[in-house]
Design a protein around this ligand. Structure first.
Ligand SMILES: CC(C)=CCC/C(C)=C/CC/C(C)=C/CC/C(C)=C/COP(=O)(O)OP(=O)(O)O
Length: 309
């Protein structure tokens, strides 16, 4: 029997359309790059992605937002109960209404959603990562999972070139590639936000990597930018770019109308790495962002890649 959180009962929830509108607003406000990507999708798909992103954002807010100081393990356990309720078809909050509808339209498993909550649980108790393996698990949980959720909506298909010899081939599901895009984006996020995270006593860069370049926590706290730091950043940027490359190879397996939004989001987010380089690896005093004219410029290239790659 499903146990609903005590504080919640199903009453006075908004209509499905209103729920999607709420999710749209949340996505537009918090995740500008992805919101832009969703505007390049067929309306039905963009609505589903808003519902998923809104849930992810609300999950993230539990440990990262204003209410974070009141969040405990129990809060996350309740949130997981609410998730079970959504997957059982019973929305408890307004935004849940959209997610329930999305799950009906695009069948998907609950596991990536549970994994994401596990990622927030890590954030609750952990503020240092010793090895890249530990960090990779965290990145999978908070972002790779979004790739898995997105795949269900974006759709996998073999309308690739419409050539006869592809017709009978089994459909390839680019699961690993979707996860890689999430990992690449999260690593990018981590590199962009090093200074900001440090203020909150959080270091996501693996301590092993810092030590390998003879750089200390004290250096990080002081915002030391020298050859050691630049070498660390070059290493991390290369690692993130390798994940983008893996992701790129999977886009061709998505159905045609999903390729442009994914290429566009990938290129825009990857552009943040270029900006970090332009800023001479100063992630302590500057927040790397991609200027509007560069975003506009990358669109035709994304379009072309979506057609030919
Ligand atoms: C490549 C294939 C086969 C499929 C695509 C699958 C997708 C869409 C993967 C991407 C998953 C994704 C969007 C992960 C979230 C990553 C992330 C770091 C989000 C950061 O979000 P915010 O912190 O809100 O972003 P900004 O603050 O930068 O706006």
């Amino acid at each position: 029997m499903l146990q609903l959180p005590k504080s919640k009962t199903k009453q006075n929830l908004v209509s499905v359309d209103e729920a999607y509108e709420l999710c749209r607003q949340i996505t537009a406000e918090y995740a500008k790059t992805f919101y832009f990507g969703t505007l390049l999708m067929p309306k039905e798909k963009s609505k589903a992605i808003w519902a998923i992103y809104a849930w992810c954002r609300l999950t993230d807010e539990l440990v990262d937002g204003e209410k974070a100081k009141y969040t405990t393990k129990e809060t996350l356990a309740e949130w997981e109960q609410q998730l079970e309720s959504i997957f059982a078809g019973y929305p408890l909050d307004d935004t849940d209404v959209a997610l329930v509808d999305t799950i009906q339209n695009y069948p998907m498993g609950i596991e990536p959603f549970r994994d994401m909550i596990a990622g927030q649980r890590m954030d609750l108790v952990k503020n240092r990562y010793q090895t890249f393996e530990e960090l990779e698990l965290y990145c999978y949980r908070v972002a790779g999972t979004v790739g898995l959720m997105s795949n269900a909506v974006l759709g996998i298909g073999k309308d690739r070139n419409g050539v006869p010899w592809e017709k009978d081939k089994p459909i390839y599901v680019p699961t690993q590639e979707a996860i890689s895009l999430g990992l690449a984006m999260q690593l990018t996020n981590i590199l962009r936000d090093v200074g900001e995270d440090m203020q909150r006593d959080r270091i996501y860069l693996p301590l092993d990597d810092l030590h390998a370049f003879d750089y200390t926590e004290a250096d990080l706290l002081a915002g030391t930018i020298d050859d050691r730091w630049k070498a660390i950043m070059k290493f991390q940027i290369k690692r993130a770019r390798d994940y983008y490359k893996q992701a790129e190879d999977g886009i061709r397996y998505l159905i045609r109308d999903s390729r442009l939004p994914v290429w566009a989001s990938l290129m825009l987010y990857q552009g943040i790495l270029d900006e970090i380089e332009v800023n001479n690896y100063d992630v302590f005093n500057k927040r790397a962002f991609v200027a509007k004219h560069k975003k506009t410029l990358s669109l035709p290239i994304a379009w072309l890649r979506a057609q030919v790659l």
